[in-house]
Design a binder for this molecule. Structure first.
Ligand code: NAD
Length: 458
C-alpha cells in the first residue's frame, strides 16, 4: 500500500495548505543505506561525568564531530543525553534543557538518544524518581519532535556502562536509519557479555570503526512466513547483512516463497509451522546443509478478527495455533538440538495489539501478548548463557494484513503515531537484523516496538 497523503503533503503547495489547516504533515523518514555515515553533521553529547566523557570519546573514534554544547547557528544530526549518574529529579534540568536547545537545530531525520540507568535497579526513591523521570521526558520529546526525527533511550541494567559493546551497538542502531520507525522506545542492555557470546572483541568490532556492512556474514537464519509482507523483507534484510536465509512458508504460498528464496540466494522450505514435525524438518534441512542454525525469526502470523461476543472456536484456535503454540513447540525442539547455536538468536513477532489490546482482536492479542510472555520467561533461562530471545512489536505496518483495514480507519490509524504515518516492512526487518547481530549480544528478553510511537498503548 502506498500512503498517498504522505506523498501529497511532501509537495510544496499541499504541504503549505496542510500546515495552514493544522493537518498532520508526516515526513519522509530517513532510512538506512549500507555504508551511510553515522552522522553527517555534529552530534551533541550532553551530561557530565566519566560515562558521558567516555561515550563522547567513542563517538570521536567513530569519526563523528562531537559537541558538548549547542553552538549558535550550527545544525546537529543527533543529541545523545547521558544521564547515567542522575540521582535526584533536580539533576535532570541541565542536560534536558540543553537537549531542548538541540531539538531546535536537529536536521530532518535527526536523532535523540538518552542513556541512563534502570529505575528497577535501585531501592532509593529519589534515584528511582530521577531515572523514571528521564523515561517520561524522553517519551514526551519523541512526541514533540517533527521532521521524521525520533527520540529513544538505552537503559543500562546493573553493571552496564555507557561504553559496553551492547550499549554502543544500541546507540549505533538508534542513530542510524535502521531505526527510522522506532520512536519513544527504550532498550534495556546488560553489560557483562554473556559467556559463550562470540567474544566481546567481535561485538566491539561490530559496532566500532570499520563496521562490517555484513554483520551477519556466516550466519544461517530461518524466517517463517517469508513468502510475502514483513517476512519477505526480513529475509531480504538478513541476506543483505550477510546471512544465509532459509525461507519458510505454507505450501499454498510455494511460488511466492521460491521467488523470495531466489531473490536472497537462500533456500525455500514449504512447511506449515503448526505441523508437529515443523521444527524437526527445519533442523534437518539446516543441519544437513549448513551445520548450525544461528537465527530463528518467528514471523508467520495470522489474524481472524471478530468481537469476542461473535468469536467461534475455529477462529480463536487458528490464531493461537499459528501465532504462539507453534512457536512454543518449535523453540523447545530448537533448544534441545545441537544444531541450534550456543550463541543462537530467537526473534519473535509480537504486536502493539498484544500490549494495548485491540477491538475485535482478543484472539490475536492473546497470541501476541503470549509471545511477550514466552520471550520474557525464556530469556530468563538464557541469562549469561550466550543465547538471546527478544520480540519486536510492530504497530501499523503497510502490508497485505493492514490493507484489509477499511480505508477511513486505515487513514486514521496511520496518523495516530508521533511520526504520523505507517511503517514499512523494512522498518521491522531492520530492528530484527539488529537484534540478530553481535551488537545486540547484551539485549535479552526485550520487546522492541516498531510503531512510530503509536498512541495505542504505553
Ligand atoms: P502477511 O499476512 O502479509 O504474511 C504472513 C505470512 O505468514 C504469509 O506469507 C503466510 O502464508 C504465512 N503463514 C501464515 N500461517 C502460516 C503457517 N501456519 N505456517 C507457515 N507460514 C504461515 O502478514 P504481515 O503483515 O507480513 O505480518 C507478519 C508478522 O508481523 C505477523 O506475525 C503479524 O502478526 C505481525 N504484525 C504485523 C503487523 C502489520 O501491521 N502488518 C502489525 C503487528 C504485527
Amino acid at each position: 500500500m502506498t500512503d498517498n497523503y504522505l506523498d501529497l503533503v511532501n509537495t510544496p503547495l499541499p504541504g503549505k495548505i496542510a500546515k495552514a489547516l493544522g493537518l498532520p504533515r508526516p515526513s519522509v523518514l530517513r532510512r538506512y543505506t549500507p555504508g551511510e555515515p553515522i552522522a553527517a553533521k555534529p552530534v551533541l553529547v550532553t551530561g557530565s561525568g566519566a560515562g558521558a566523557e567516555a561515550l563522547a570519546d567513542v563517538l570521536l573514534g567513530w569519526d563523528v564531530e562531537v559537541r558538548r554544547h549547542v553552538l549558535p547557528g550550527e545544525k546537529l544530526s543527533a543529541a545523545v543525553v547521558v544521564l547515567d549518574r542522575a540521582a535526584s529529579p533536580e539533576d535532570l534540568a541541565g542536560p534536558l534543557l540543553e537537549l531542548g536547545q538541540a531539538a531546535r537545530v536537529l536536521v530532518p531525520g535527526g536523532r535523540v538518544v538518552a542513556v541512563f540507568r534502570s529505575a528497577a535497579d535501585t531501592t532509593d526513591p529519589a534515584v528511582a524518581a530521577a531515572r523514571q523521570g528521564i523515561d517520561g521526558a524522553i517519551r514526551s520529546v519523541a512526541r514533540e519532535l517533527r521532521g521524521g526525527a525520533t527520540a529513544n533511550g538505552i537503559v543500562l541494567r546493573a553493571g552496564a556502562t555507557t561504553t559496553d559493546a551492547t550499549t554502543l551497538g544500541a546507540l549505533r542502531f538508534f542513530l542510524s536509519g535502521r531505526s527510522a520507525y522506532v520512536d519513544g522506545q527504550f532498550l534495556e542492555v546488560s553489560g557483562t557479555p554473556a559467556e559463550g557470546v562470540a567474544g566481546l572483541a567481535a561485538a566491539t568490532a561490530a559496532v566500532g570503526e570499520g563496521v562490517p556492512d555484513q554483520p551477519l556474514a556466516g550466519r544461517t537464519a530461518v524466517v517463517t512466513g517469508a513468502a510475502r509482507g514483513i517476512g519477505a523483507k526480513i529475509a531480504e534484510t538478513l541476506a543483505r547483512d550477510g546471512a544465509r536465509v532459509v525461507a519458510v512458508d505454507v505450501p499454498a504460498a510455494g511460488e511466492q516463497l521460491a521467488q523470495v528464496a531466489n531473490r536472497v540466494g537462500g533456500t525455500a522450505l514449504q512447511i506449515d509451522i503448526t505441523a508437529p514435525d515443523a521444527a524437526a524438518r527445519i533442523l534437518e534441512h539446516v543441519g544437513g546443509r549448513y551445520g548450525t542454525l544461528d537465527i530463528v525469526v518467528h514471523n508467520a502470523g495470522i489474524t481472524r478478527d471478530k468481537l469476542l461476543a461473535n468469536m467461534d472456536a475455529s477462529r480463536w484456535d487458528a490464531v493461537i495455533a499459528v501465532n504462539i503454540a507453534s512457536q512454543l513447540r518449535m523453540n523447545e525442539q530448537f533448544l534441545a538440538s545441537p544444531v541450534f547455536s550456543t550463541t543462537g538468536r530467537i526473534i519473535s513477532l509480537a504486536s502493539t495489539s498484544g500490549i494495548a489490546g485491540n477491538r475485535g482482536q482478543s484472539n490475536y492479542a492473546a497470541s501476541k501478548a503470549g509471545v511477550i510472555g514466552m520471550v520474557r520467561a525464556q530469556a530468563a533461562s538464557f541469562d549469561g548463557a550466550g543465547r538471546t530471545i527478544n520480540a519486536v512489536a510492530p504497530g501499523f505496518i503497510e502490508t497485505d494484513m493492514t490493507a484489509k483495514i477499511p480505508p477511513l480507519t486505515r487513514q486514521v490509524a496511520r496518523r495516530l503515531s508521533s511520526l504520523q504515518q505507517g511503517g514499512l516492512p523494512v522498518d521491522v526487518a531492520e530492528a530484527i537484523a539488529f537484534l540478530a547481530s553481535d551488537a545486540a549480544a547484551g539485549v535479552n528478553g526485550q520487546v522492541l516496538r516498531v510503531c512510530g510511537q503509536n498512541l495505542v498503548g504505553a
